[in-house]
Design a protein around this ligand. Structure first.
Ligand SMILES: Cc1cc2nc3c(=O)[nH]c(=O)nc-3n(C[C@H](O)[C@H](O)[C@H](O)COP(=O)(O)O)c2cc1C
Length: 345
């Protein structure tokens, strides 16, 4: 399968959508360098999404990907919320924050018809999903306007499920990957596979193009992924220091260290990989008390703002994959072309 031709791009190098650390500028830079740039929409209001899509389509004529989360919105659980705020109490006291004044509320909305109304006029070449797929009527709507649908999985079972439920191509997200795990059929992190175990097994299990993600940071990583039979690569962490990324200064500084990463649910309620910091050490990295995704986001937000104002990343989600060796400052086009050349070699 010639993934690049199928997607209408030059090279089968996909920039991973990364909510919170990039907008249209990074996506456009990758698109204009011949890869598939991505606009992460999980944290954008419909108005902000419309604005970003307008800016993206003004900045590139090449195909692009718009990415959504499709989790089931949780029912707020007052007991669980209270126990979580109790656990965070020592930090609230230190910061002088009254937890009674913190507004509840979801930090990330799942894909919906309201959001589809915003996307439809743009008819992006690709729409991608994290945490499974949206409801059948929504998925049918996306396909009917002509977008190809990509979705992440973290196990062979999830890959088969995505194929059976209508994904056109499958992103195999190895355990090394930064940010949220795309896990959706199970909550058992112990069954998650590392990239080199996951990719070839998924290639054998499904009859869809497989895109390798997780730990690919440079030309050698691209060659290794290609040798395992995948149709293309998706790279996230390596783009985090690029000029066009909006990665904050504290996050950038942490990425330049060799501090370890771990999977944690304390920031959002779902497991995600980030650089270990105080929040992860004090309450996790995995806590059974954390409210369901995305409700955990609210409780930690004022602590994050308080610490960041003092130049500390103690409560900031420092999303990062295990392999930061490819992170470099400079234009995203340079990194994209380097990865693309490795695929072609
Ligand atoms: C900072 C950051 C934010 C992320 N946000 C998203 C997101 O919004 N949507 C998504 O599908 N994947 C997200 N991911 C996961 C990526 O799609 C991808 O699986 C991962 O970056 C690949 O591994 P790597 O980071 O080792 O390259 C994010 C990853 C990072 C590092």
């Amino acid at each position: 399968m010639d993934l690049a031709r199928w997607l209408g791009i030059e090279h089968p190098v996909l920039q991973a959508p990364m909510a919170g650390v990039q907008a249209h500028a990074l996506a456009a830079a990758v698109c204009n360098a011949g890869g598939l740039g991505a606009l992460p929409a999980a944290m954008l209001s419909p108005e902000a999404l419309a604005r970003e899509l307008t800016l993206l389509t003004a900045a590139t004529r090449a195909p692009y990907n718009v990415n959504f989360f499709c989790h089931l919105p949780p029912r707020p659980d007052a007991m669980r919320e209270a126990r979580w705020r109790e656990a965070l109490m020592p930090a609230y006291r230190e910061a002088g924050i009254d937890p009674g004044t913190i507004p509840a509320g979801p930090g990330r909305a799942p894909f919906s018809h309201e959001i589809a109304d915003v996307v439809e006029p743009f008819r992006p070449a690709v729409v991608s999903f994290h945490f499974g797929l949206p409801a059948p009527d929504l998925l049918a709507r996306v396909k009917a306007w002509g977008s190809k649908v990509l979705a992440s999985e973290t196990t062979v079972d999830e890959a088969r499920w995505l194929q059976a439920h209508g994904a056109d191509a499958i992103i195999a997200q190895g355990l090394e990957a930064g940010g949220h795990r795309g896990i959706f059929l199970s909550e058992d992190l112990g069954m998650q596979l590392g990239s080199f175990a996951l990719w070839p097994q998924v290639v054998r299990a499904v009859q869809r193009p497989v895109i390798a993600a997780g730990g690919i940071a440079d030309a050698a990583g691209v060659r290794a992924a290609r040798a395992l039979g995948v149709a293309g690569v998706q790279v996230g962490t390596a783009y985090l220091l690029c000029d066009e990324a909006t990665t904050g200064p504290l996050h950038r500084a942490a990425l330049k260290t060799d501090a370890p990463t771990a999977l944690t649910n304390v920031f959002t309620g779902r497991p995600a990989r980030g650089i270990v910091n105080r929040a992860m050490r004090d309450w996790g990295p995995i806590s059974p008390l954390a409210p369901a995704f995305p409700l955990a986001t609210a409780a930690i937000a004022p602590l994050r703002a308080w610490a960041e104002a003092q130049g500390r990343a103690d409560f900031t989600p420092l999303w990062s994959g295990q392999n930061r060796s490819g992170c470099r400052e400079g234009p995203a086009a340079v990194l994209t072309r380097e990865l693309a050349a490795a695929w072609a070699a």
